[in-house]
Ligand binder design. Sequence first.
Ligand code: GLU
Length: 310
Amino acid sequence: MSGYVGRFAPSPTGPLHLGSLATAIGGWLDAKTNHGRWLLRIEDVDYPRCVAGAAQHIMHTLQRFELHWDGEVMVQSQRNSAYKSALTQLTQLGLTYPCGCTRKDVEDLQGQRQRNTTAIYPGTCRQGLAPGKTARSIRFKASETPVKWLEFDSGEQQENVSAQSGDFVIQRADGLWAYQLAVVVDDIVQGITDVVRGSDLSDSTGKQIALFRALQAEAPCYWHLPLVLNDAGEKLSKQSGATALNLACPVAEMNRAFKVFGLPDIAVETPGQWLAEAMPLWANYRGERAFKPPSKAATGALGRPLPPKD
Ligand code: GLU
């Protein structure tokens, strides 16, 4: 075993589709080619969006594909006290505040109500609730000092979270924990060293790093994998018409998922054989994509560049 700890963190909003299978395969292969562990976390923190039975279905699907996870499954809906103590810790550091703004308030202030754009919070309640407002959500105070982190395939990144997103919500108006807080608390507790996930989550990384820093924890290395797109070029999701995986033909589905990485079909009978054959192909794919630091820079463990210094 190496020190590598990866994870797959599906939200149980429906069955896995080809895009989530590609992420699971990429993550599993990445962990296993690095002699690491691959953990499973069910991200059901936004439970109004969760579908009854979906978590069991996801686990059954992973088993069908022989994508076996290591250790116990972590389930976010059972982790309320961990998120609460992280919130307390951040509050004691003076890094949170109650906010009385609705999403509409923020969007109206910005005049940007286009679909798919997230308005930057202008800090309305940072110095205290505006007159007539009552506390709804809790926000994290984003610093203007850029946060830095490592992307496996592009090296050091940085983001001024304050300018990009503004202070962001960590506990929602409906009392639910925000994804950004839950994911970071759990990545810390599970000792995740390498996050391999879809590139639709790239935009969340800066906010998550800000939370890692505030909670005084070391951030993992991130690798954002290409997404499976539908014919209209949209990310596969239930909304964009993703169909359920055909569990009767797992190898064919694995070959379809592998295409997103530009990797070839593997002609075998079982998912286990498929994964064994895929390992050297992945090791090669990974090696080609690894960020190559300028010749003089040192390289750290697992072929990664050294972590950035703040
Ligand atoms: N639960 C998230 C999703 O299903 C993934 C979170 C992550 O990998 O950081 O999109």
